[in-house]
Design a binder for this molecule. Structure first.
Ligand code: HPA
Length: 278
């Protein structure tokens, strides 16, 4: 459900922000959202303070076992970050407003940039399991949108521009980091679908024809909220399974987690490398 009023949203956000400010005066410039199987990047953060989602007023709590539920405040690549270890998916039953609530809170705490990672299926036949892709555009196929409902004009416009949701300067920086570290890095379009089931062959064929390079069940709501508030965005995907309709193999969650874990060092290097250079 969308918020009934802007005041309802603000009072919930402000309660969460006040609670966090009672624990710490740490000011993050970057919000990191760590996706499926990629939570280990959190280990690299020189943490100042860790806060459980369950303690923060109005914060959703993750239901997926492969996700922890913590906000980690600290330094990564020399930059002040807050990392979400564990994110919220539409298929868990959260509203779009709940899914993007942490992004709204991070902005209120000072974040100017969102760095978001995810696991996804590869539709582009040039992509292999374990490859990494920078998201350069997206297709919102979720059938819902976090901006529906009253618009808080202090946060952003009613009709936000989406001509460059993924910041070109950050994409270029990530490309340089990948080149310097000899990491193969693709770029492409991420299509978000609700899940939780994986797609049929006919659906993969359809999504490829729509212009998508990868498909996943997250990221787009958070990016929409970030763009709405004027944040810069870097999106990085790990391809955990190959969704080629003419050669489709069954995929288990274990396969997805294994591929994500294998690709994690590349993802970590790219994200830390980008933060160091900014
Ligand atoms: N489809 C949707 N989401 C996914 C997939 C997929 O094949 N793999 C990992 N996340």
């Amino acid at each position: 459900m969308a918020y009934d009023t802007v005041e309802e949203f603000r009072s919930k956000r402000d309660a969460a922000v006040s609670f966090i400010l009672e624990q710490t005066d740490f000011q993050p410039e970057y919000l990191l959202i760590l996706g499926t199987g990629l939570g280990q990047l959190a280990e690299e953060i020189e943490a100042e303070i860790v806060i459980s989602y369950k303690d923060i007023p109005h914060f959703p709590v993750s239901t997926v076992e492969s996700h922890a539920g913590k906000l980690i405040f600290g330094h990564l690549g020399g930059k002040p970050v807050v990392a979400m270890q564990g994110r919220f998916h539409y298929y868990e039953g959260y509203t779009m407003q709940q899914i993007v609530f942490p992004v709204r809170v991070a902005k209120a705490l000072g974040a100017q940039t969102l760095v978001v990672s995810n696991a996804c299926g590869g539709l582009n036949p040039n992509f292999s399991r374990g490859d990494v892709m920078l998201i350069n555009d997206h297709i919102n196929f979720l059938g819902d949108n976090p901006l529906i409902g009253p618009n808080d004009d202090e946060l952003g416009p009613r009709f936000p521009d989406m001509s460059e949701p993924y910041t070109e300067r950050l994409i270029e920086t990530a490309e340089t980091v990948a080149l310097d570290n000899a990491i193969k890095l693709h770029q492409g379009v991420y299509l978000a679908t609700s899940g939780p089931m994986l797609e049929t062959k006919a659906e993969y064929r359809f999504m490829r024809q729509l212009g998508a390079d990868v498909v996943g069940m997250s990221t787009v709501p958070e990016v929409i909220a970030a763009v709405h508030m004027g944040l810069d965005v870097l999106g990085v995907s790990v391809i955990t399974d190959e969704c080629f309709p003419d050669a489709l193999e069954p995929v288990s969650l274990d396969d997805v987690l294994e591929a994500a874990a294998k690709a994690e060092p590349k993802m970590t290097q790219i994200i830390i490398g980008v933060l160091e250079r900014l």
